[in-house]
Design a protein around this ligand. Structure first.
Ligand code: UDP
Ligand code: MG
Length: 162
């Protein structure tokens, strides 16, 4: 079905995706990037950083009452993280589907965590869980000028936009 430009633009979303230190150290960057890329989503920002503990605590602020919070923030700040912003129709919700359940024991085969991780504390990837968190996380990790707006050559084929 062909979609017009305006309807397509209105459906566009951005989400924050991070490959955690375990995913980076295990050599899974290209595997993870390729799953989002092959799906048809568009990469609009990417960088590799070692977040400070303080930064990790900001990122996971919603979880500060949880018993695993300190260990989680220690881990996130223990090594390089690949921070990305992906754009596409439905990318926030579908990105979570590509990632799979939080506990890799419960993630379906075919998902990133289902295929590539075994335990919850080393589940290799983060993805925003809704539109509000996506906005907050993108703002926390990236300056506006680090987000690149462009038309991908694939877009008209992915969306059937005329
Ligand atoms: N986590 C953990 N133990 C738990 C639950 C979560 O170590 O019992 C970690 C896990 O790495 C997870 C992160 O905390 O990815 C954030 O938890 P959240 O519930 O937001 O899961 P996610 O959104 O990453 O699926
Ligand atoms: Mg979460």
């Amino acid at each position: 079905m062909l979609q017009d430009q305006e309807a397509h633009a209105a459906e566009m979303e951005r989400t924050f995706i991070a490959i955690k230190p375990d995913g980076v150290q295990r050599g899974l960057i290209s595997e993870i990037v390729s799953r989002f890329e092959r799906k048809g989503f568009k990469l609009v920002a990417i960088k590799i950083v070692i977040p400070s503990k303080d930064f990790a605590e900001k990122h996971y602020h919603d979880l500060k009452e949880r018993p695993f919070f300190n260990g989680l923030c220690d881990f996130l700040s223990s090594g390089p993280v690949v921070a990305m912003v992906w754009e596409g129709e439905g990318v926030i919700k579908y990105g979570r589907k590509l990632i799979g359940a939080t506990d890799p024991q419960k993630s379906e085969p075919g998902t990133i965590r289902g295929d590539l991780a075994v335990v919850v504390g080393r589940n290799i990837i983060h993805g925003s869980d809704g539109p509000e968190t996506a906005k907050d996380e993108i703002n926390l990790w990236f300056k506006p000028e680090e987000l690149v707006s462009y038309t991908s050559n694939a877009e008209k084929w992915v969306y059937g936009v005329n």
